[in-house]
Every structure is written in structure tokens, then in C-alpha cells.
Write a protein that binds this ligand. Structure first.
Ligand code: PMP
Length: 408
């Protein structure tokens, strides 16, 4: 295979402080390995697409061009097309959010929305509190804006309010600004945990009392295995909440569509920021997404997905029970894509991931989800993408690897 040419520059490019702060993580290397053909990947948070109505989508795509080509292929509104924003309002209503389409900004995935919100609110040195562990891509956004991440210890009900209060006080005492709480309240990535109803209120009040913003990142909320939906935090704290939604997990990430709803005073600023990066989200993709949502059958497809993910989760846990060395534990998510596993001392998940790749499987070591160097005795297993057979086979390989590592 031809090598890509190494381009030499005659001088060292002077990187901005922002770019230096956002150095790519070791995880990239692992994700690259997960693209290898034949590997069983527990690494990717990529949805299983096999149950989508491809024929219908192809027809919608054809129609978007045939009937509305001069709209589909033109520049569009920077906040997104109105019909998709109306669908977003209906989707958020499922979680108890009352909104007007004009409050919604459609983005190229919630990742772009997170970056816009960080751009709008974070000054270098500000502190962003995040669950420990938390979504690596979210933390990468905040560190690239030169924020410091402070992890809030979590348990089976999500992040612990008393710990948040303690850490805010410590931050103030150190002369730093507590700015944002970044939380993934439903089927958290990577911990699989739900923030309990009681704690939703407690953490919201703590943020408000401390003049902090609440970033509610919710790509998995509609993916409860049994269709259960938790109410959002936003309705109780509309003055401080940025709510982030995504079509990536409930539909497909290839269209790159998500959204943000921000406190009213920030809305126009966010639109300005969005325009500097992308002018507007892709109109063709939005028309396709909108056409998909026009047919109420999308909810039935979502039900099919919930069943598929539940079965995959069960296959994973059943296998782990029989193959993992004693002392290994995991949580019991009730939805989403992820299982969070803790292994006994003597197993270093970061070191062993390369051996795992040699043996044909890949996972994400726990260290990827903390910015403080912890996590070597933890790992995230995504059960969304591999088939049930692959899950059984892959988990058996993992069990063997960890059992050998403990014995050696
Ligand atoms: N937030 C969380 C918690 C995620 O897990 C992801 C994707 N893995 C994103 C945001 C970004 O998703 P997207 O840009 O595809 O909407």
C-alpha cells in the first residue's frame, strides 16, 4: 500500500495555546485499531444501523433532491431548517421540556454544540466539573478551551451532590472560577448510570446557587431498554441550562445532526459562533432527517433498537459472569450503549489493550475517561455494535486475557 507522504515544514509551527491544550489522546490509537477488519470492537459508541428502513431512506433522499433540490443543495438557515427544529421540540417534549422551535439550534452533531457552548462560556483557567468517569470527547472540548476538568465522584445514582459542593468550595478557595457542571444524566457515557430524580434537583440548585452553568448532554435518553424516559433537568433550570441532543445514537451518526437549546440570553451568541465554524448545518441531511421523523414509525424502529440493545447487553453480562476472574465487577445499566467494568488489582487495562488487539478484540481503558490519570483498573465495554455471537466470543477472549494477566 502506498505510504502517505510525510510533509516536512522548514520551521516548527507555533501552535496556539488552545491547540496545545487539546492534544489528541492515546484513545485515537485504540479507535484506529478498532477499524481493523475482523476485530471485535467493544470500543466504539457507534449505533447498530441494521434495523433502519434503508429502502425508505433512499426514497426520502431521492425525493429531497427531485422535489426540493434547489433547497436541499443551497445554503440554509444557520439555526437549522424549521421543520427539523419542530421535530426537535416534539422529541424534547418526551422528556418534559417545553420549547419553541426558535430556541433550538441544529448542529453537526452534539459534539459541535458542545464546542459552541464552551466557546461561548469558558475562559482559560475556568473549572468544569464532570462526572468521574466522563465522556472523553466532551472533556477534550473543555480542555481545548483551556478549562480545568475536576471530576465529581459518582455512585449508582450518578454524581454525588455533596461532593460537588465540596469541590466547588475547594475551587473557590484556590482562587479559581467554578463555571460549568457537565453532566450526562441518562445512561451515562461511559458509566451507564442514571442521575436519580432527587439528585437532578439537588445538583441543579447547587449550580444555580454558585452562579454556574449546567451542560446537560443527553444523546442516550430515549434508549432505555424498556422505554423508560427520565425527565430532563432543563425545565427546572432553564436560566442556566444548555441542553444538548443528538440524532447519532437514536438514528444514525452519518448525517451528523444534533442540537442545542441554551438560556435565552446566549442564543444569538451561539448562532454567531456556529456560523464562524460552519455557516449552517447541511440542509440535505436535515431534510432527510426531517422526512424520517415525519413518519411516526420512527418510534417503532426505536423500540426495535431498544430490544436489540437489551439483548446485546444481556449476552455480554451473561458471558462476563462465566469468564471474568473473581473480583471483577460491573454496573447494571438499564439502557444506553455502555457497561463499566472494574477489574482486580494486578490487571492494568491500559497496558493490556494492545494485547487484546493482538487477540482480535478492542475496548477502551478507563484512563480515557478521566483527566487525572486514574482508571487503570477500569474499562468501558460498548455492546451496541457487535453481534450477539461476536459479543460472546469477544467477552470470552477478554476473560481469558484478564485471567492470564492475573496469574502471571
Ligand atoms: N456526548 C456524548 C455523551 C457522546 O457519547 C457523544 C458521542 N459518543 C457525543 C456527545 C457526540 O455525539 P454526536 O456529535 O455524534 O452527536
Amino acid at each position: 500500500m502506498a505510504q502517505s507522504p510525510a510533509v516536512q515544514t522548514p520551521f516548527d509551527i507555533a501552535l496556539s495555546d488552545r491547540a496545545k491544550a487539546g492534544l489528541p489522546s492515546a484513545v485515537r490509537k485504540i479507535f484506529r485499531a478498532s477499524q481493523r477488519s475482523g476485530i471485535i470492537s467493544f470500543a466504539n459508541g457507534a449505533p447498530f444501523l441494521g434495523a433502519l428502513p434503508f429502502g425508505r431512506l433512499a426514497e426520502d433522499a431521492r425525493r429531497a433532491i427531485a422535489d426540493q433540490g434547489s433547497v436541499a443543495l443551497q445554503y440554509g438557515s444557520s439555526a437549522g431548517i424549521p421543520q427539523l427544529r419542530r421535530h426537535v421540540v416534539d422529541i424534547m417534549a418526551l422528556e418534559g421540556i417545553t420549547a419553541h422551535p426558535d430556541q433550538v439550534i441544529v448542529t453537526a452533531g452534539s459534539q459541535q454544540a458542545l464546542n459552541m457552548a464552551a466557546h461561548a462560556t469558558i475562559n482559560p483557567g475556568d473549572v468544569v466539573f464532570a462526572e468521574g468517569p466522563s465522556y472523553a470527547g466532551g472533556m477534550a472540548v473543555f480542555t481545548s478551551h483551556e478549562a480545568e476538568i475536576v471530576h465529581v465522584p459518582s455512585d449508582s445514582e450518578g454524581l454525588i451532590p455533596a461532593e460537588l459542593e465540596r469541590l466547588i468550595a475547594e475551587t473557590r478557595a484556590a482562587g479559581r472560577t467554578p463555571k460549568v457542571l457537565y453532566t450526562i444524566p441518562n445512561f451515562q457515557n461511559p458509566g451507564g448510570v442514571n442521575l436519580s430524580s432527587q439528585r437532578r434537583l439537588e445538583v441543579g440548585h447547587i449550580c444555580r446557587n454558585n452562579g454556574m452553568l449546567l451542560f446537560e448532554d443527553n444523546p442516550y435518553g430515549l434508549l432505555g431498554f424498556d422505554g423508560q424516559i427520565m425527565p430532563a433537568l432543563q425545565p427546572d433550570f432553564p436560566d442556566i441550562t444548555f441542553y444538548f441532543g443528538s440524532f447519532s445514537k437514536m438514528f444514525a451518526p452519518g448525517l451528523r445532526l444534533g442540537w442545542v437549546m441554551a438560556p435565552a440570553s446566549i442564543h444569538e451568541h451561539l448562532i454567531n459562533i456556529a456560523e464562524t465554524a460552519a455557516l449552517n448545518p447541511a440542509v440535505f441531511n436535515q431534510l432527510l432527517m426531517s422526512a424520517y421523523l415525519d413518519d411516526p414509525a420512527w418510534k417503532e424502529t426505536l423500540d426495535v433498537y431498544r430490544g436489540i440493545y437489551k439483548a446485546k447487553f444481556q449476552a455480554l453480562v451473561e458471558t462476563l459472569e462465566t469468564v471474568m476472574p473473581a473480583g471483577t465487577s460491573w454496573n447494571k445499566p438499564t439502557g444506553g450503549f455502555y457497561l463499566w467494568v472494574k477489574v482486580p488489582d494486578g490487571i492494568d487495562t491500559e497496558e493490556l489493550v494492545y494485547e487484546a488487539i493482538e487477540r482480535g478484540i478492542v475496548y477502551v481503558p478507563g484512563t480515557a475517561f478521566y483527566t487525572n490519570g486514574t482508571g487503570r483498573s477500569e474499562l468501558r465495554l460498548s455492546f451496541c455494535l457487535p453481534s450477539i455471537d461476536e459479543i460472546r466470543k469477544g467477552a470470552a477472549i477478554l476473560g481469558e486475557l484478564f485471567t492470564e494477566a492475573l496469574a502471571s
